[in-house]
Design a protein. Sequence first.
Length: 212
Amino acid sequence: MKTDMTLFEDYQIRRVYDEEAEIWWFSVIDIVQVLTQQSDYKAARNYWKVLKNRLKKEGSELVTNCNQLKLPAADGKRYLTDVATAETLLRLVQSVPSPKAEPIKLWLAKVGYERMQEMADPAMSLNRARETWQKHGRSEKWIQQRMTGQETRNKLTDYWSNHDIRQGEEFAILTNIIHQEWSAVSVKDHRKLKGLQSQNLRDHMSEAAKRP
């Protein structure tokens, strides 16, 4: 997963791109900070804490649709932070009375529109991935190996899905078995060897180590 920062007006919004699912996850607190127009991050965090508890009591699915990922904070460290997709945030905005509600909804809708464009034309997503890897200094050979490996992975997971293997734990077990057969270490141990936390392991392979 790739973490970066984007801007809405003068507000910084942290987000993470999940390459496997091809979706953006946005920091909920950063969006709440925009809606409440708080300059103090702690005040926005407390507002979200209260709102989150209220939504839970109401049985709202908005809270269950949120995820947690480690995002960088002002002190330079990474902390588990509530994140949500643009679709979930569009619904969440309705729970916060704010003059920024409509502008942030339009901004989030634009993110969704760009995703719809990529779904209609997958080449756009591939081009974006290629540009990102180029910016990270990856060679054309590395990029081609990475894209070929992803295509093979997609075919494999499609095969699993067609044979009633459930995504999540069962996918992870099979992936780990294949990884151990190839590298002689588990995915978890391999990530530790490379000092990775939330990053995609395949993005940190050398040209020699990468396999389809």
